[in-house]
Design a binder for this molecule. Structure first.
Ligand code: SF4
Length: 374
């Protein structure tokens, strides 16, 4: 029998596993703390567990991180890791230190099936869902590695964002136990406000998340009109903007914050005009309690897209702000190590031929006959 990786269990799952070993459920809490709070991987180091339990665990279980392919540290302190998840696939996680917080951005899938035009992961296609253990291994490794480097027992990661590779709500079964470990007081003890799931708009799963584990929600919007969003975020054809906003409003009933964050990647000549800013105001003001995060696009050759000039981003933001919508422009971090949003390329064995489909379907700005600038 293969040994089980205990990183794959939330506390309830670990209690059930301990029962299978003939142990009392409360042992699971001790074990869980050793794993997630102390970063232990060696059962022999777990000094308050009975020797008999440690012996059983040694034959039936492991605590195993993902093999690291590379680590890059940016001049601004951002750290990017590339992890091997087997069969030629690799995923990335990024740690972003700031004065008042440490944010870890982690991946939920090897590749992504949604295929957003501006996203480097989307261009690679989809290989497979990560397991709960593979999602949590990114956090477990980053937290305890950074603590050791800083020589500290204090928590380093205060916020987790599911904004790395993949659409987390298309890997729901593995996602929810991972979120529960992040929130558990015996695990990482993060508040719901400090754990964010970012989605391209999988409407039924937004409703399920609201009922099962309502953490902060970010929605990749990127366009205020369906024809344009259909091109940028193909999932929009299935769940158009009106349905998505209805789901956001339902989510707000239980959300830990009283707003939804809308992400809007600024693409030169595609979605950054004053007219589209006005459409965005019409769409959101008075309809959804929200904040808007304008993201400078990080160009990559296959996208055929360019970053909006700074003055166009500023003008777009001003239209939103003047209309009373809380709007920020995201600072880019880790530019020197390609760690910025949308650049989490990893390496994926594309089983969906996404890169070929996208080259054949160039994106066009609304009301133009021209392809977007190359
Ligand atoms: S932006 Fe998110 S949902 Fe869209 S392709 Fe990239 S990883 Fe997938």
């Amino acid at each position: 029998m293969d040994a089980v990786n205990l990183l794959g269990f939330d506390l309830e799952g670990l209690a059930a596993f301990c029962e299978q070993l003939g142990e009392k459920r409360f042992r699971a809490t001790q074990l869980f703390r050793w794993i997630h709070q102390k970063g232990a991987a060696d059962f022999n180091a777990m000094s308050d567990l009975a020797k008999s339990l440690r012996d059983k665990l040694a034959t039936r279980a492991v605590i195993t991180a993902l093999p690291i392919i590379s680590e890059h540290v940016s001049l601004d302190g951002t750290v990017k890791w590339l992890f091997d998840v087997g069969a030629g696939d690799a995923v990335e996680a990024v740690f972003i230190p700031e004065d008042d917080r440490g944010t870890l951005c982690i991946s939920s899938q090897a590749g992504c099936a949604v295929g957003c035009r501006f996203c480097s992961t989307g261009h690679q296609g989809f290989s497979r869902n990560l397991t709960t253990a593979e999602i949590l291994a990114q956090l477990w490794f980053a937290e305890h590695t950074l603590r050791k480097r800083l020589g500290s027992d204090e928590r380093v990661i205060s916020n987790v964002v599911m904004m790395g590779m993949g659409e987390p709500l298309q890997n729901y079964a593995a996602l929810v136990p991972a979120l529960k470990v992040m929130l558990d007081d015996h695990g990482y003890g993060l508040s719901r406000r400090r754990v964010t799931v970012s989605t391209s708009g999988v409407v039924p799963m937004i409703d399920r998340l609201r009922d099962d584990c309502p953490v902060a929600l970010a929605v990749s919007l990127h366009a205020p009109l369906d024809p344009l969003r259909d091109m940028l975020v193909p999932l929009n054809k299935k769940y158009p903007i009106a349905e998505l906003l209805d789901a956001c409003n339902r989510y707000l009933d239980k959300a830990p914050r009283d707003f939804i964050t809308f992400e809007y990647c600024m693409l030169d000549g595609v979605n950054d005009t004053p007219e589209l800013a006005a459409e965005l105001v019409k769409l959101l003001r008075g309809h959804v309690s929200c904040k808007i995060n304008l993201i400078p696009f990080n160009p990559f050759p296959a996208s055929g897209l360019k970053r909006s000039p700074r003055e166009r981003v500023t003008a777009f933001a001003k239209i939103l702000q003047d209309a009373g919508l809380i709007t920020t422009v995201r600072k880019t971090r880790g530019d020197d190590i390609d760690a910025a949003c949308g650049q989490l390329a990893g390496e994926v064995q594309d089983r969906t031929r996404a890169h070929i489909r996208m080259v054949r379907a160039p994106v066009k700005a609304p009301g133009t006959e021209q392809d977007s600038p190359q």
